[in-house]
Ligand binder design. Structure first.
Ligand code: NAI
Ligand SMILES: O=C(O)[C@@H](O)C(=O)[C@H](O)[C@@H](O)CO
Length: 293
């Protein structure tokens, strides 16, 4: 399905992710309309457009923001009922737009179940920071036409994103399942006393991370040898951590309000400038990666 910059994008929820998502579309030249229950967040996101981008507009109701939109993307909090209520308001106010969710983990069928027309739903899962990380996972819901998936992939590719369509939904999609598996083992190793969080992080930034910027797990296995990886997985799999819920070290910090950069303290003290500094360093790394090809 052809996509043109006549598309109008409404972004609902202008927090950590929504503001960056709005900038992605404005940078590509689309008309972007922003809403947030916190008017100051919508205004701030609209004002954050790059100087060279198409100016964004902030709106004080969902209905005003989605008026005339061809794509509505929600980046509201990860709470199923809140998202369902928001999607219902969108459906009532706009009967034609594609409705995309930036949910990290809510299955598409759970979101679709509350919709009048679930064929309008697709998941477009951006990564933090949304206007820096190229990847966007495009996940169909149970009634999503393939043409909608293809339209969103083309729209996102036109914005310079790397859109990866999934053949079907699964909890956490691809990247968050991979992240969750790694984070489960990282916390298991700290619980065992094998290493500190800082030491575990160093094994990623000094070893795994640079490789993964160039080659994914299947290419790495091919490069290392499938005979070796057969032995390694036979040997290691039985001893991997098998937590089926957030480990105590994560849940207890959350319950103490130690949320990381959001509050200044997580697994370590985090300054308020760290997210933006990380985004700048990540942008520089991605630029170097693009230069390598
Ligand atoms: N933070 C992250 O690293 C990532 C988050 N996500 C997902 O993106 C979504 C948004 O996450 P964040 O941006 O981190 O959350 P956030 O809490 O930073 O932003 C959510 C925004 O939604 C607003 N909001 C609350 N209720 C609303 C409503 N009914 N209608 C419109 N806006 C409303 C809030 O005022 C806030 O500004 C979630 O589904 C999350 O799982 C996806 C990828 C990465
Ligand atoms: O890492 C990301 O940006 C995404 O995979 C996410 O969805 C976030 O990790 C989210 O799950 C928690 O911040």
């Amino acid at each position: 399905m052809a996509v043109s910059t006549s598309e109008t994008i409404a972004v609902l929820g202008a927090g950590v992710m929504g503001a960056g998502i709005a900038r992605v579309f404005a940078r590509a030249g689309y008309a972007v309309r922003v809403y947030d229950v916190r008017a100051e967040a919508a205004a701030g996101a609209a004002a954050s457009a790059d100087a060279s981008a198409r100016p964004m507009t902030a709106h004080d109701t969902v209905e005003a923001a989605v008026d005339g939109a061809t794509v509505v993307l929600e980046a509201a909090p990860e709470r199923l009922e809140l998202k369902r209520e928001l999607l219902a308001r969108v459906e009532a106010a706009n009967q034609t737009a594609v409705i995309a969710s930036n949910t990290s983990s809510i299955p598409a069928d759970a979101l679709a179940a509350g919709m009048r027309d679930p064929a309008r739903l697709v998941i477009t899962h951006f990564f933090n920071p949304a206007d820096t990380v190229p990847l966007v996972e495009v996940v169909p819901g149970p009634a999503t036409p393939q043409a909608t998936v293809e339209r969103m992939v083309a729209l996102l590719a036109g914005c310079g994103k790397t859109a990866v369509p999934l053949a079907q939904q699964v909890e956490g999609f691809i990247a968050n399942r991979l992240q969750a598996a790694l984070y489960r083992e990282a916390m298991h190793l700290v619980e065992l006393g094998v290493a500190s969080p800082e030491q575990v992080d160093a094994t990623v930034t000094a070893g795994l991370g640079p490789r993964w910027a160039l080659a994914g797990p299947f290419e790495i296995m091919d490069l290392g040898g499938l005979d070796v990886w057969t032995s390694v997985t036979d040997g290691i799999f039985p001893s991997l951590g098998d937590a089926s819920a957030a480990p105590a070290m994560l849940r207890e910090r959350m319950e103490r309000g130690e949320l990381g950069a959001k509050t200044g303290q997580g697994f370590a003290a985090r300054g308020p400038e760290e997210p933006a500094a990380f985004a700048r360093r990540l942008a520089a790394l991605l630029e170097a990666r693009r230069a390598i090809g």
